[in-house]
Design a binder for this molecule. Structure first.
Ligand code: NAD
Ligand code: DAO
Ligand code: ZN
Length: 369
């Protein structure tokens, strides 16, 4: 079949909207009609050439929602007509990682996904007879895409696609980091560094679980109002603090935060986040993805004295199990998504979505097919 898609032919060039050839799903795969897709930093990171493992030409996009249109042989967990969210972190429920119940980092299709191909080692996309590669196993910048069955979460049918797509990455990453990775407890003091599309979701996750102080830290004053909309109780702009930002936050939290989150990807901020934790028990979670080659440092005594440094991918969520629950939280009004979708675009306008992100003018731009 043919599918309209925004294709990344090479790094640092705008996406080209063209018609691609798409093969039918093979055994264990499903064809999904993508109804909406968010534009996330990882897509920009790859398109801007920062991802040393970026593969071109490819169909980017990993934050989508759509409808199953066809299933390959042996597919049993979804059927045509089911509404789904593609998962860049699949859940096979059979590999060592899935069975451990200690991580969401399923390894079933890890090797081939990283090479831009389906589990059988080939791509379903092509253009003029030449291979076009998949991206993060999702390729949601195409109106139709093929995914492994284990990489789709079946969701309720009354959830609007232009909002639920954000659960495919940003919402689950932020809210999941609070609920699954940090396991923030009611009454806790929380500090969130970086109030973009991820940090705001950490804030609303912290509010949902009953945190007491929720302190947002951002160098951009316009994030003060954004944070408060989702439950932030205090705002700190580090560029306007007299003296050391860590000491300032330790003062605000009676000796240090119970939980801190880095949502900037800046390794200096990651250190501040760790050191702003309370001695003896504070937990700092790295969510931000740093530029390749960057390293984190702190004095080991910070860890000897009981602070815990950990990280999270996709909010520690087991996609097929947890994503439908997060959709329920949204539909039940426990979390908000609508105000964070700042721009709705057509596929032809997708490059504008990247511009808005780079200019810091959007929280989330969503392309609707
Ligand atoms: P964003 O650019 O929208 O937000 C980042 C925010 O950090 C901005 O508001 C910016 O003003 C602020 N900031 C920058 N420097 C700062 C500093 N020194 N101190 C305080 N604030 C500062 O980005 P986003 O979409 O929210 O994503 C945040 C990070 O999360 C990115 O690195 C992204 O790649 C990563 N991410 C990780 C996962 C995961 O699974 N771990 C998933 C999605 C995104
Ligand atoms: O299983 O080894 C692995 C890799 C899992 C990929 C997790 C990606 C987390 C960062 C995503 C950035 C934005 C989508
Ligand atoms: Zn698995």
């Amino acid at each position: 079949m043919k599918t309209r898609a925004a294709v990344a032919f090479e790094a640092k060039k705008p996406l080209e909207i063209i018609e691609l050839d798409l093969e039918s799903p093979k055994a264990g795969e499903v064809l999904v009609e993508i109804k909406a897709t968010g534009i996330c930093h990882a897509d920009a990171y790859t398109l801007d050439g920062f991802d040393s493992e970026g593969i071109f030409p490819s169909v980017l996009g990993h934050e989508g929602a759509g409808i199953v249109r066809e299933i390959g042989a042996g597919v049993t967990s979804v059927k045509p007509g089911d509404h789904v969210i593609p998962l860049y972190t699949p859940e096979c429920r059979q590999c060592k990682s899935c069975l451990s119940q200690k991580t969401n980092l399923c390894t079933a299709i890890r090797a081939t996904q990283g090479k831009g191909v389906m589990p059988d080692g080939t791509s379903r996309f092509s253009y003029k007879g030449k291979t076009v590669f998949h991206y993060m196993g999702c390729s949601t910048f195409s109106n139709f895409t093929v995914l492994p069955e284990i990489a789709v979460a079946k969701i309720r049918e009354d959830a609007p696609f232009d909002k639920s797509c954000y659960i495919g990455c940003g919402v689950t990453t932020g809210v999941g980091a609070v609920v699954n990775t940090a396991k923030v407890t009611p009454g806790a003091n929380v500090v969130v560094f970086g109030l973009g599309g991820i940090g705001l979701n950490v804030i609303q996750g912290a509010k949902m679980v009953g945190a007491d102080k929720i302190i947002g830290v951002d160098i951009n004053d316009s994030k003060d109002a954004w944070g408060r909309e989702f439950g932030m109780t205090h705002f700190v702009n580090p560029t306007k603090v007299q003296g050391d930002i860590v000491q300032h936050l330790v003062g605000l939290t009676d000796g240090g935060a119970d939980y801190t989150f880095d949502c900037t990807g800046n390794t200096k901020v990651m250190r501040q986040a760790l050191e702003a934790c309370h001695r003896g028990w504070g937990v700092s979670v790295v969510i931000g993805v740093a530029e390749s080659g960057k390293e984190i440092t702190t004095r080991p005594f910070q860890l000897v004295t009981g602070r815990v440094w950990k990280g999270t991918a996709f909010g520690g969520a087991r996609g097929r199990t947890d994503v439908p629950k997060i959709v329920d939280w949204y539909m039940d009004g426990k979390i908000q998504i609508d105000p964070m979708i700042t721009h709705l675009l057509k596929l032809d306008e997708i490059n504008k979505g990247f511009d808005l992100m780079h200019e810091g003018k959007s929280i989330r731009s969503v392309v609707v097919f």
